[in-house]
Design a protein around this ligand. Structure first.
Ligand SMILES: *[C@@H]1O[C@H](CO)[C@@H](O)[C@H](O)[C@H]1NC(C)=O
Ligand SMILES: *[C@@H]1O[C@H](CO)[C@@H](O)[C@H](O)[C@H]1NC(C)=O
Ligand SMILES: *[C@@H]1O[C@H](CO)[C@@H](O)[C@H](O)[C@H]1NC(C)=O
Ligand SMILES: *[C@@H]1O[C@H](CO)[C@@H](O)[C@H](O)[C@H]1NC(C)=O
Ligand SMILES: *[C@@H]1O[C@H](CO)[C@@H](O)[C@H](O)[C@H]1NC(C)=O
Ligand SMILES: *[C@@H]1O[C@H](CO)[C@@H](O)[C@H](O)[C@H]1NC(C)=O
Length: 469
């Protein structure tokens, strides 16, 4: 009974796979740059590495090779390519030659002997194919599919001690030494891939933004690899750590245009931004109380029933000389929508006004619905993300009144003016922009940003900083 249920469940979870809200695309240009940096790093590292000791017995003599270091390494540029049929990469290096030096010791009964040796390994060819996948928790996974290693020749010279006795035998054992070296390469390659896999498993797929919110970035599906790119689809959702409530809307599918001229592309769906506004809204953050004391004194206005006289003539008569409070809140989740070259924001807010009686009781006066639509632009200039916002449509309507009807036109005009002033201040900040995120060892360069239908597309090159090592 159980197996068919599992099959059905798996089919459902496959067919109802959620759409990624964030897509990260590595192009072949990015892959080649990464390979070049990686190869340089490996070459530098090899020059400082001390290899583990080698012990063994030959003809009843116990030997140890110790303190083995690399003296010279001829490290040709490796090749690294996307492999569509394996959903992964193929890495190969051809013609790698290494010269090593170290000390040797032999024990034959009570006779101890020792000296130094030089070892040269000529023309190693190594090819490794790895497959990328996704584990149950949305981590990227990497597994070795195949590995092949060939060593063309080795040369070994012993110096010191009684080495003149056994140096002639070395030629005889060369074949065995060569195949032993050859047989250690692939297990080492596979071990590094297993280590990398452990690192990937240990990585967080969710990051705390602050104590209330986290950003979830697990993979939503297996990586997609073709001859020219690798595409990772990530969930990209902000959520409230306590409630973990899913927003009442879903990420829509989108396709980031291929940009082979850049190393990386990033697609960010409007879902990501809206999941954040949903989180703020449902956490009750999108509300505030405006009191008289919050109004800057240089404005020479007070939030009281007499100063509302020009807009609501009956108010100062019904409630003379009382201070007021305004409760401002979002009536619905503010929604961003991305359209070609423009970011739209729809804000549906409300203002509830109260008179504060001398005994501190708050008497409700009226409620206004304030609906505004904004349109904005976003761009990248001088390594900074900049933007601008404009008020597109604005309406203020009376939703309820305890003081009888009144006309809202003058109040609307006044509020619109206030909003335009606020936008002017905001635009000054947006024009200064924010610096693009920068990692400790790498930064983004040549970044371009475009707003498309439903998502923002960012394409960029990366630059590994020279103090990387
Ligand atoms: C993963 O997240 C947890 C808590 O959110 C944090 O304590 C831990 O340090 C993170 N680990 C890494 C590797 O970032
Ligand atoms: C690879 O996939 C991307 C989408 O991820 C597509 O735009 C591109 O044309 C594909 N390239 C090839 C060579 O199939
Ligand atoms: C109400 O505000 C007006 C100016 O806005 C001010 O002249 C007046 O003193 C205020 N009244 C009270 C009771 O705060
Ligand atoms: C406060 O004063 C108002 C108006 O004078 C009155 O209607 C209300 O009942 C009073 N509330 C309390 C709790 O005394
Ligand atoms: C604001 O935009 C939304 C859609 O984005 C639309 O439904 C609404 O009518 C607009 N409101 C105003 C006041 O223009
Ligand atoms: C603003 O919204 C109102 C309805 O709320 C609509 O009649 C009007 O056409 C809109 N104006 C613009 C410029 O979109």
């Amino acid at each position: 009974m159980l197996p068919p249920v599992i099959v059905v469940f798996m089919l459902i979870s496959f067919t109802c796979g959620e759409n990624p809200a964030v897509q990260v695309i590595l192009t072949n240009k990015g892959l080649q740059y990464g390979k070049h940096v990686g190869a340089g790093w490996i070459q530098d590292t090899l020059e400082h590495v001390t290899l583990p000791d080698i012990n063994g017995d030959v003809l009843g003599i116990h030997y140890t090779l110790t303190g083995i270091t690399i003296t010279k390494c001829d490290f040709p540029e490796p090749s690294l390519e996307f492999k569509q049929d394996n959903t992964g990469f193929k890495a190969s290096i051809s013609g790698l030659s290494v010269a090593l030096t170290g000390g040797w010791m032999t024990n034959f009964g009570i006779i101890h002997d020792g000296g130094t040796f030089d070892l040269a390994i000529f023309t190693m060819d190594v090819t490794s194919v790895v497959e990328l996948g996704k584990d149950a928790n949305g981590h990227l996974s990497v597994t070795s599919v195949s590995c092949d290693a060939q060593v063309a020749d080795v040369d070994i010279q012993f110096h010191g001690g009684e080495s003149w006795i056994f140096n002639p035998f070395v030629e005889h054992f060369k074949g065995r030494i060569k195949s032993e070296i050859q047989s250690t390469i692939c297990p080492n390659v596979k071990e590094s891939i297993v280590n990398l896999e452990h690192h990937l498993q240990a990585m967080n797929v969710s990051f705390d933004v602050d104590e209330d919110f986290a950003f979830a970035l697990p993979l939503t599906g297996v990586p997609v690899v073709n001859a020219s790119s690798l595409n990772l689809g990530l969930k990209g959702e902000f959520y409230n750590i306590k409630t973990h409530a899913e927003p009442p809307f879903e990420a829509q599918p989108f396709t980031v245009p291929e940009q082979p001229g850049y190393m990386l592309s990033l697609g960010l769906s409007e879902f990501t931004v809206n999941s954040a506004t949903y989180g703020f809204y449902s956490a009750g953050w999108l509300q505030t109380l405006i009191t008289d004391s919050m109004i800057p004194s240089y404005l020479h206005v007070h939030l009281n029933t007499s100063s509302m006289g020009p807009y609501i003539p009956q108010l100062p008569k019904m409630f003379p000389g009382l201070l007021m409070n305004l409760q401002v809140y979002a009536r619905q989740v503010p929604m961003f929508s991305f359209q070609p070259d423009v970011v739209k924001l729809a804000l549906q807010g409300a203002v509830k006004a109260f008179a504060i009686q001398t005994n501190h009781t708050q008497t409700p006066l009226f409620k206004l619905n304030v609906d505004s639509n904004f349109s904005g632009k976003m761009w990248v200039a001088g390594g900074r993300l900049k933007g601008s916002m404009a008020l597109e449509n604005f309406s203020l309507t009376l939703a309820a009144s305890e003081v009888g009807p009144f006309k809202t036109d003058t109040l609307e005009g006044f509020t619109r003016m206030g909003m335009k002033f606020g936008l002017m201040k905001l635009n000054m900040e947006l024009d200064k922009g924010v610096v693009l995120p920068r990692m400790r060892h790498a930064q983004l360069v040549n970044t371009v940003l475009g707003v498309e239908e439903g998502f923002i597309a960012i394409s960029s090159d990366a630059e590994v900083l020279t103090d990387f090592h």
